[in-house]
Design a protein around this ligand. Structure first.
Ligand code: FES
Ligand SMILES: [Fe+2]
Length: 392
């Protein structure tokens, strides 16, 4: 096995066994569940919209490769398959003439939002023979609205309780959160993997204002990265020895210009909050969750189609009253721009969109995070569609 030199945080160089055992790699094989899940795992609740994004006007969205139309009626949201069974027109272009129905803009076939039943064909008269006929409705999807988010279940059979799938920070009333949605031009898997990737952050985000100002000195590397399943999450812990700066043979000193980070680290030691370091977790079906000292960052990376991902990023904290207000204010004045927009929507999005996810891979030591993530998805994904040749 190849060896490499590495400098530890006490400044000594040690020879260590290098990188990857090839058997440890989990490739993106089409024969695996994860490899085949180009359009995600269906049997989960997914956020579709923020409540504020949906009114009485029908709205289309593609999720998991399927076109849906959402509309609000009688104060609650509904979702139907966005295709008229008559000639295939998009229902989302239609109108809701009466509360609880949607009418196709082409020939006026009208569906009940609650269950997708065809209840009228306006251009064939009130006695139309197609009404009430089997197979003339469109599929309707279970929808729930909780704390400002609209969730949809697109799997088979009865959905599980929302609490089974959605982090408690988004459901329990003691939390407040703010959110931003966006679309990334990539498959959902590299987007999720990026959020759990143990070695990219100190390089990709090296100049981000977020890290430079959080009174912390993120180590440039860690001796070991471990993952383990804790409840519904796969949790990552970076273990020492940590390196903050080193001379690389043939290259020189890295990171460069570390004086500010060092000064901030000193200041933190003296004045900053003690508390836990950041904890990174991943969770089915497509969630990244990072816990910081007083808030959690939650990112859903939901497949739209094979090449696009819909991201919901939320910052959640356990606050109420004035503190909740202060948290929201801090989000809108700082975290939304510095963290969500610059750090994630800027730097991480850019990386993921420039990655060829179909390329063969060569792993190195920190990629144990990626291997463990893929194993976790492979083993734990809820599905009723076993891949051909795979044993359940
Ligand atoms: S296509 Fe919808 S009514 Fe004809
Ligand atoms: Fe990142």
């Amino acid at each position: 096995m190849a060896k490499t030199l590495r400098q530890t945080d006490d400044g000594t160089a040690r020879e260590l066994e290098y990188v990857t055992d090839p058997d440890e790699q989990l490739e993106k094989k089409p024969g695996t569940r994860y490899g085949a899940a180009e359009l995600g795992f269906r049997h989960y609740w997914y956020p579709a919209f923020l409540s504020r994004q949906l009114g009485k006007k029908p709205k289309s969205v593609m999720l998991l490769g399927e076109n849906l139309v959402f509309v609000r009626a009688n104060g609650r949201p509904y979702a139907l398959f966005d295709r008229c069974v008559h000639r295939g027109m998009q229902l989302s272009e239609g109108k809701c003439w009466t509360e609880g129905t949607i009418t196709c803009p082409y020939h006026g076939w009208t569906y009940r939002l609650r269950d997708g039943e065809l209840i009228a064909a306006l251009t064939d008269g009130p006695e139309s023979a197609v009404v009430g006929k089997k197979g003339k409705g469109v599929r309707s999807y279970p929808v729930e609205e909780r704390n400002g988010v609209i969730y949809v279940y697109m799997g088979d059979g009865n959905p599980p309780a929302l609490e089974e799938d959605v982090p408690e920070e988004l459901l329990k009333p003691e939390y407040v959160f703010e959110a931003v949605t966006s679309v990334w031009n990539s498959n959902w898997r590299p987007a999720v993997e990026n959020g759990y990737d143990a070695s990219h952050a100190t390089y990709v985000h090296r100049y981000s204002l977020r890290w430079r100002t959080q009174f912390n000195l993120p180590p440039a590397w860690a001796g070991k990265v471990e993952s383990q399943v804790e409840g519904k999450y796969l949790i990552q812990r970076r273990r020492g020895p940590f390196g903050f700066e080193a001379n690389y043979p043939g290259f020189g000193l890295w990171p460069r210009h570390a004086w500010l980070r060092k000064a901030l680290a000193k200041a933190r030691k003296k004045f900053g909050p003690k508390g836990t370091p950041m904890i990174a977790g991943v969770r089915l079906p497509c969630l990244i969750v990072n816990h910081y000292s007083y808030y959690s960052h939650i990112r859903y990376s939901i497949p739209i189609d094979a090449k696009h991902t819909r991201n919901f990023q939320m910052l959640a904290g356990r606050f109420h009253g004035l503190k909740a207000l202060a948290f929201r204010l801090q989000y809108w004045l700082w975290h939304r721009w510095v963290f969500h927009k610059w750090f994630n929507e800027g730097q991480d999005k850019w990386i993921v969109e420039h990655l060829d996810y179909s390329a063969p891979e060569q792993f190195f030591r920190p990629d144990s995070s990626i291997v463990q993530l893929r194993k976790y998805f492979e083993k734990n994904a809820r599905t009723s569609d076993p891949i051909d040749g795979m044993k359940e």
